[in-house]
Design a protein around this ligand. Structure first.
Ligand SMILES: Nc1ncnc2c1ncn2[C@@H]1O[C@H](COP(=O)(O)OP(=O)(O)OP(=O)(O)O)[C@@H](O)[C@H]1O
Ligand SMILES: [Mg+2]
Length: 294
């Protein structure tokens, strides 16, 4: 991208940030309704008439004879924030690998909405369809600024040539500014990503996913390695994203789960052991036995 194009985009983002700052009370409700309609629009592309954005039924996968996922069935409602807990090796990451097309199950059904059979799509197509995934380790571009990282997120899957001439349009610039505020990095827009704290890098990566307006976000251990304060701010962030996006969050940090959770699914030995509110699953004898300890 040429420097003047970069500047144009950056200027627009600065203006938008200033406007957001100036009219905070205004913008908050305005922002909410704007994002709400965006989600309604986004969700419109996925058939959610049956009240499910994600649907897994009797999914199994074996690795060298070991059943990592065993007749796993679960579904997630549009806009839901679903927490997944369970002991090491329960199959949580493998489940995300299956949803995102990284691993093919031996059997079972995996649908995005009512009509999109994810097992018929490749990993890159699934991302395009609107399923964003965040791995545990942040993978931001350390030599680029926060702004450039977010901008780059829009360029993925474009050819080299169109990337070179890529320029943020005004809607994208506004979006970038809103995301900067959402991920608590509005003050760090020009900082090199490599100089951010671990927590800030995680937020930046979530921001990069948000730039693509995913309908479903899969987050694997997002607060691992964060300070308590970063963890608290991440909880706030997820609560803001809920409703606008559907989220599946895998975490071992129970106090974090307590802050954000509605329905908690407990995975064990590749299938659902229990499901309910955190209080309900924490009181479940089988869950105490295999995971929470006595
Ligand atoms: N590609 C693979 N090849 C062989 N075994 C695998 C593969 N992927 C996962 N497994 C095995 O499947 C089981 C489930 O692993 P998975 O990583 O999904 O667990 P997890 O619930 O994410 O655990 P943790 O909480 O430790 O992250 C483990 O026993 C793991 O060793
Ligand atoms: Mg895992």
């Amino acid at each position: 991208m040429t420097p003047d194009l970069l500047e144009q985009g950056a200027r627009r983002v600065e203006q938008r940030l200033a406007a957001l700052e100036a009219g905070k009370s205004n913008t908050e409700s305005g922002g909410r309704s704007a994002s709400g309609s965006r989600i309604a629009h986004a969700a419109g592309e996925v058939d959610i008439t049956h009240g499910r954005i994600l649907y897994l039924e009797d999914v199994s996968v074996s690795f060298d004879g070991f059943k990592a996922i065993n007749k796993l069935s679960l579904d997630i409602a549009p806009g839901e924030l679903r927490c997944i807990i369970g002991p090491n090796g329960a199959g949580k990451t493998t489940m995300m690998d299956i949803i995102t097309g990284k691993t093919r199950p031996d059997e079972g059904t995996v649908f995005f909405g009512s009509t999109i059979d994810l097992l018929r799509h490749k990993e890159a197509e699934i991302a395009q369809l609107g399923i964003g995934r965040k791995f545990q380790k942040p993978t931001v571009f350390e030599q680029l600024t926060v702004f450039e990282n977010l901008e780059l997120a829009l360029k993925t899957n474009k050819g080299v040539k169109s990337s070179m001439f890529f320029k943020l349009d005004s809607a994208q610039s506004d979006r970038l500014a809103e995301i900067l505020v959402t991920i608590h990095l509005a003050d760090s827009v020009g900082r090199l990503a490599g100089n951010l704290s671990h927590g800030q890098k995680q937020w930046l990566e979530i921001g990069m996913l948000l730039m693509q307006d995913p309908k479903l976000l899969l987050l694997d251990e997002p607060v691992a390695g964060m300070t308590d304060e970063e963890t608290a701010r991440t909880a706030e962030l997820f609560l803001t994203l809920k409703g606008k996006h559907s989220l599946m969050v895998v975490e071992h940090d129970m106090s974090f789960i307590k802050t954000i959770s509605e329905i908690v699914t407990v995975l064990c030995d590749g299938s659902v052991l229990a499901q309910g509110t955190l209080d309900q699953v924490q009181a479940d004898e089988r869950v105490i036995e295999v995971y929470l300890g006595r």
